[in-house]
Write a protein that binds this ligand. Structure first.
Ligand SMILES: Cc1cc2nc3c(=O)[nH]c(=O)nc-3n(C[C@H](O)[C@H](O)[C@H](O)COP(=O)(O)OP(=O)(O)OC[C@H]3O[C@@H](n4cnc5c(N)ncnc54)[C@H](O)[C@@H]3O)c2cc1C
Ligand code: FES
Length: 288
């Protein structure tokens, strides 16, 4: 069993919540870019979430979780001092940072929570970090102060202009790339993007003509998280890869976004049905 040491909602609308979990073995090995799979209880679904931070001395791992459906909404009801059944990891490969000097990290929505530890670690290593954080609206904005501290330059934008700049992250990424060219500044040697698949697809289109190396973190449906079930398969450079063991980071210019977007929509009906389902035995929605 794994104890919830800290619980804190990160935005006004309480859609994203931070949990610090006591998990010394995971904390000992966790690195930015990796993920864990938790289960609330023995009948619970396996839910993959990224490592948003870790404290090796305290033996804790931090995750930031958006209430997307049934399991994540149930997690949001867990309180400090409660225990969850499983917290397995770290899984997947850590984000590569070797040799980088100037990077643009782009986060979309809860993707900012996943991108934050990557930016923080790169900034601490002396890499020049520009962070572009995009949200639909002001009420779901997270990590304002943390992202500022983890970057040399922070651009926050919302689709409706209710916080920061108005518009999509793609606009500001292109603007930053063009600024580097116009001012004779070194160009980004990597763009790292994490967010909705559609955002990452369009960001890849922005960087392609400039030939800027672009890495995205994929979050396809995962079950075992160990490369056994094949559920998380993605096509990269014409080959089948498993996001849980070969990723979650992949070269954005080689990912087949059309098949990725089709697979992501595959279980929508079942997920909606599960969210509505009331168990005849327990009378509650949890694990019914
Ligand atoms: C490597 C990885 C890292 C992730 N990191 C984070 C994170 O740091 N914070 C966060 O809020 N979310 C993260 N996610 C997404 C998170 O796993 C899903 O939101 C969660 O599984 C939804 O489950 P649910 O029962 O609440 O919702 P459901 O109603 O079951 O699903 C809602 C949506 O979540 C996605 N989803 C559902 N089941 C899975 C699954 N087993 N694996 C992957 N996606 C699924 C689907 O896109 C679905 O449309 C990550 C996913 C992956 C694969
Ligand atoms: S989740 Fe089963 S192979 Fe990746």
């Amino acid at each position: 069993m794994y104890k919830v040491v800290t619980k804190r909602f990160l935005n006004d609308s309480k859609t994203i919540c931070l949990f610090e979990i006591e998990a010394p073995l995971v904390a000992r090995h966790a690195q930015a870019g990796q993920f864990v799979i938790f289960r609330l209880d023995e009948q619970g679904e396996r839910v993959p979430v990224s490592v948003a931070g870790y404290d090796r001395e305290k033996g804790t791992v931090t995750v930031m979780v958006q209430a997307a459906g049934r399991s994540t909404k149930m997690l949001h009801t867990v309180e400090e001092g409660d225990y969850i059944s499983d917290f397995a990891g770290p899984l997947g490969k850590a984000t590569e940072m070797e040799g980088l000097k100037k990077v643009c990290v782009v986060g979309g929505g809860v993707g900012c929570a996943i991108a934050y530890p990557i930016a923080k670690e790169m900034h601490a290593k002396g890499i020049d970090v520009t962070f572009i954080a995009g949200f639909r609206s002001a009420d779901i904005v997270i990590l304002k102060e943390e992202l500022k501290a983890a970057s040399n330059k922070l651009i926050m934008c919302t689709d409706d202009g209710s916080y920061g700049e108005k518009g999509f992250t793609t606009v500001y990424l292109k603007q930053e790339i063009e600024n580097n060219i116009a001012q004779g500044l070194p160009q980004f040697d990597r763009v790292i993007a994490i967010g909705p698949d559609i955002m990452m697809k369009f960001l890849a289109d922005v960087t392609r003509p400039y030939e800027i190396s672009t890495i995205i973190s994929l979050d396809p449906i995962m079950v075992d998280g160990t490369g056994m079930c094949g559920c998380c398969r993605v096509i990269v450079d014409g080959e089948t890869r498993f996001a849980c063991v070969d990723g979650p980071d992949f070269d954005a210019h080689k990912v087949d976004f059309d098949s990725l977007l089709k697979r992501a929509a595959f279980y929508t009906d079942e997920q909606n049905e599960a969210a509505q389902h009331i168990c005849n035995i327990t009378g509650g929605k949890r694990n019914g």
